[in-house]
Design a protein around this ligand. Structure first.
Ligand code: AMP
Ligand code: GLY
Length: 429
């Protein structure tokens, strides 16, 4: 079987690696891919958002499946276009990807089907939004763009001035373009965050191992929000009891709601959850695998990922038993100094071999933003590498990951020193 993966970050490297392990896979292609991915898949310089370009590439390569990994092409309808052209796919069609593409849509779906989430109101008028914030007078206030904004369209305002500025930046100054034409203002939830990725064929939902992202740039959850600075799996805060509660109150109702709305969701649905005093609530849905959650979840998957992709496409996920290893996994992201703001690229990375890996293979190095020039790996993005290790428990996975991080360097490299620290302290309780 030949498979084309659309995307080019650490997540796609992890997906490529999981597919590479399948005895069913003969050839792996990736567009655009990156330097790390190019060691295990043939890469083509077509951007993930170029729908016509990807359809053309598929016609040339004739893959058995196209795996569309990032949010933008999914929301733009790449899967619909590929299906129309006769290709089998992994990923939701546009009418289901809207679950991530529009927060106003996902919030109203949750309201209609009684799925627990933060109380909210939506606004298309900036003055009305500001008046509502003033009347509520409750801080922190959470202000979100309706549409996609590279994970940056959420502002947690600590007072009225900040909230007003947030509304202005989204709705008047259009800092996030059209994504901010409508805003969602919602209640601030307190608690521990958990990510649960779930396989679904639109009828059956099978949650994967839980994980925890670390979104802030600096240690102790300080600094700006990023795409994610590191992850661990499983998330020890997500107990068996909570998992059962989520299955009953959130996962199954969401899949059924989407089917009832004529928008069956096929692919991987990302549940961003907050474990509050009132139970688990949805922070957000994403219509795809998370990055860097995928990097710690897929290494624990024992079932062949190709079998899962086929079962989802053929809508027989209920018949497939999905197995997970009992190990833990940790991923520490090494970023360019300055990320998520301004940073330099083109720095030579030392400590990795010609495959972009550690010579002792103690950990796996997922490439997020790298390029190859004259046989050398150079930095090419904000998040550069995700150093990932498994272990019998979280502590040993973290020790191996951090030891390996210590062997890799480049000018102004930055990483967090406390990935998994909070989870470890919970583990000991
Ligand atoms: P989102 O893009 O909706 O996931 O929001 C990004 C991050 O903002 C989340 O991972 C949370 O850490 C935080 N966040 C979003 N909504 C809320 C909320 N209602 N209460 C507390 N934190 C939130
Ligand atoms: N790690 C968060 C995301 O993929 O959106």
């Amino acid at each position: 079987m030949n498979i084309l993966i659309v995307g080019g970050g650490g997540r796609e490297h992890a997906i490529a690696y999981a597919l590479k392990k399948s005895p069913k896979v003969e050839k792996l292609y990736c567009a655009p891919g990156n330097a790390g991915i190019s060691r295990i898949a043939e890469c083509f310089p077509v951007k993930a958002t170029e729908i016509d370009g990807i359809v053309e590439l598929a016609k040339k390569l004739m893959p058995d499946y196209v795996f569309v990994a990032p949010d933008d092409p999914l929301v733009m309808g790449m899967v619909d276009r590929l299906n129309e052209a006769g290709f089998k796919t992994f990923g939701p069609r546009a009418n289901a990807a809207i679950l991530e593409g529009s927060k106003a849509f996902s919030k109203s779906l949750m309201k209609k089907y009684n799925i627990p989430t933060a109380a909210y109101e939506t606004f298309t008028d900036a003055e009305k939004a500001v008046a509502y914030i003033k009347e509520k007078n409750s801080y922190p206030a959470v202000i979100k763009c309706d549409g996609l904004a590279l994970g940056k369209g959420v502002i947690i305002a600590q007072n009225f001035e900040e909230a007003k500025a947030a509304v202005k930046s989204m709705m008047i100054d259009q800092k996030f373009g059209k994504s901010g034409a409508e805003v969602v203002i919602e209640e601030f939830m307190r608690g521990v965050e958990v990510t649960v990725l779930a396989f679904t064929d639109g009828k059956t939902v099978k949650p994967m191992i839980s994980s925890m992202d670390h979104k802030r740039a600096l240690d102790n959850d300080e600094g700006l929000n990023t795409g994610g600075m590191g992850t661990i799996a499983p998330n020890p805060f997500y107990t068996k009891e909570i998992a059962e509660e989520c299955m009953k109150n959130i996962f199954v109702p969401t899949i059924n709601a989407m089917r009832a709305e004529g928008r069956p969701f096929k692919g991987c649905l990302y549940f961003g959850l907050m474990l509050t005093d009132e139970g688990a609530k949805v922070v957000e849905y994403n219509c795809r695998f998370g990055d860097p959650e995928t990097q710690v979840v897929l290494p624990l998957l024992e079932t062949d990922l190709v079998d899962i992709i086929e079962a989802i496409y053929e809508e027989r996920l209920d018949k497939l038993d999905i197995k997970w290893s009992g190990n833990s996994c940790a991923c520490v992201v090494i970023a360019s100094g300055g990320y998520p703001e301004k940073y330099e690229t083109g720095k030579e990375i030392s400590g990795i071999d010609e495959n972009g890996q550690l010579s002792d293979n103690s950990a796996f190095v997922y490439h997020a933003g790298t390029k190859l020039e004259n046989g050398k790996f150079l930095t090419a993005g904000g998040r550069v590498l995700g150093v990932t290790a498994t272990g019998n428990d979280l502590k040993s996975a973290l020790e191996t990951a951090y030891k390996s991080v210590g062997e890799i360097s480049f000018d102004k490299a930055h990483f967090r020193h406390d990935i998994g620290a909070r989870a470890l302290s919970f583990d000991k309780v």
